[in-house]
Design a protein around this ligand. Structure first.
Ligand SMILES: [Zn+2]
Length: 103
């Protein structure tokens, strides 16, 4: 079942950088610039979508769109439910790898 709490955790607790690593070559182009993780905005195509490390949401400084993990997958034509399921799996594996970060 997809709950609000699940949606919140896959948006906030799975770092966008980790999601991009998992997506591998199919992910949008991304780059670490001055300590910020940036990626090619699926909306305008500029490499100016920048992840805010405080809330794990990205903001494109070109077209002003905001992005979360689910939005990025859906921009790649993923179905909402499929996106949630795969992100949930990646989040669980991520939390197992870094248990101290999730008391
Ligand atoms: Zn943009």
């Amino acid at each position: 079942m997809i709950t609000k709490e699940l949606l919140r955790t896959i948006r906030n607790d799975l770092p966008m950088r980790v999601m991009f690593q998992r997506l591998g070559r199919q992910s949008p182009i991304s780059k670490e610039i001055e300590g910020y993780f940036r990626f090619q905005c699926p909306s305008c195509g500029e490499l100016r979508a920048t992840v805010n490390p405080k809330n794990n949401l990205a903001h494109c400084f070109c077209c002003k769109r905001n992005w979360n993990n689910i939005d990025v997958l859906m921009s790649m034509d993923w179905d909402f439910v499929a996106a949630v399921e795969i992100l949930q799996g990646w989040l669980m594996e991520h939390q197992r790898s870094f248990p101290t970060a999730y008391p």
